[in-house]
Design a protein around this ligand. Structure first.
Ligand code: RIB
Ligand code: CA
Length: 309
């Protein structure tokens, strides 16, 4: 089993990613660390526990991390995810406790004591950067970071230049992208090819399970913003691509490139500057994923979520 920590700001698409991980026996989820992003930390750390309870996994430890980015003011995305961050299905107050330890301390302690841990990062990179700054010795112990964020040919979804996760905390992103850790990036260029169309949303409802119903109701709500903005046939399912990459890397294709993060210009703040054509002599620090077999992606999602109650 591959040991992972999921760092997340649920968020409907984060929620589907967590369900995919919990429905996949190949993965051992050591813990879920929450960060402020789509909605404030009090809600992301509540939502992560709701999803664990939905999946019948109240044993998974959930930690609260950073309430705001390293330098800039927090920017949230209720306009996409709704006020709760999980609008769509009926929610409840989670019974499982939030762990007392801070997410950053859990990341440091776990990475120091456990080999071969992969970090699956689904939100702003604040927790990861804080852990690297507080305990530089963990950097070389991270097996791999697979993150959803950034874009190149697709442009930005929060400003013309920047994708939300990177835009919210560009300083944290720069710290992580400069760390030298083995990075796999799932940008908008690939997540915009994973569209939850009507038949695909219906396939979750057709599971006839609690998880299937909850997922279809989340996606019914989640899709409206992107359909209006892009005229797409549904919402792009961003974050589950991070987990699907661990399970079926063969359905993805990309290129090793240099990626740097803009932190100087307000106009392009948080832009992932991707040297796709290798015109600079900068080190190739990331695998930038650009293609996905979207039918295989959704088939995997339905099959694995179908294993949950
Ligand atoms: O830009 C998309 C990303 O921002 C996703 O991770 C979504 O959950 C939001 O956090
Ligand atoms: Ca997210």
């Amino acid at each position: 089993m591959r040991k992972i920590i999921i760092d997340t700001d649920p968020g409907q698409d984060d929620a589907v990613a967590i369900l995919l991980a919990l429905g996949s026996p190949e993965l051992e989820v050591l813990g879920i660390t929450c960060v402020a992003g789509n909605v404030p930390l009090s809600l992301t750390s509540r939502n992560a526990r709701i999803i664990c309870e939905l999946a019948g996994r109240p044993d998974v430890p959930v930690y609260a991390g950073a309430e705001r980015p390293l330098v800039r003011k927090l920017v949230t995305a209720e306009y996409v995810h709704g006020k709760t961050g999980l609008n769509g299905p009926e929610l409840w107050e989670p019974q499982m406790p939030l762990q007392a330890a801070h997410a950053v301390d859990f990341l440091i302690d776990t990475l120091r004591s456990t080999d071969d841990v992969t970090l699956c990062v689904l939100g702003p990179l604040t927790n990861i950067a804080l852990a690297m700054i507080k305990a530089p010795d963990i950097v070389e112990r991270i097996a791999q970071i697979v993150l959803m964020g950034g874009g190149c040919f697709e442009g930005g979804n929060t400003t013309p230049a920047a994708e939300f996760n990177i835009y919210v905390d560009p300083h944290a992103a720069r710290t992580v992208f400069e760390s030298g850790v083995d990075l796999v990036v799932m940008p908008l260029d690939v997540t915009h090819k994973a569209i939850a169309t009507r038949p695909r949303v219906q396939a979750f409802a057709d599971l006839g399970s609690k998880v299937g119903k909850f997922t279809s109701e989340m996606l019914d709500f989640f899709e409206r913003f992107d359909m209006e903005k892009y005229g797409s046939q549904g919402g792009p399912l961003h974050d589950p691509n991070v987990i699907a990459y661990l399970l079926t890397p063969e359905i993805y294709a990309g290129r090793r490139v240099n990626i740097e993060i803009e932190i100087a210009s307000e106009l392009t703040m948080g832009m992932t500057v991707v040297d796709w054509w290798g015109v600079s002599s900068r080190a190739k620090n990331a695998l930038f994923i650009r293609e996905v077999d979207d039918d295989a992606f959704f088939a995997l999602l339905v099959e694995r979520l179908g294993r949950l109650g």
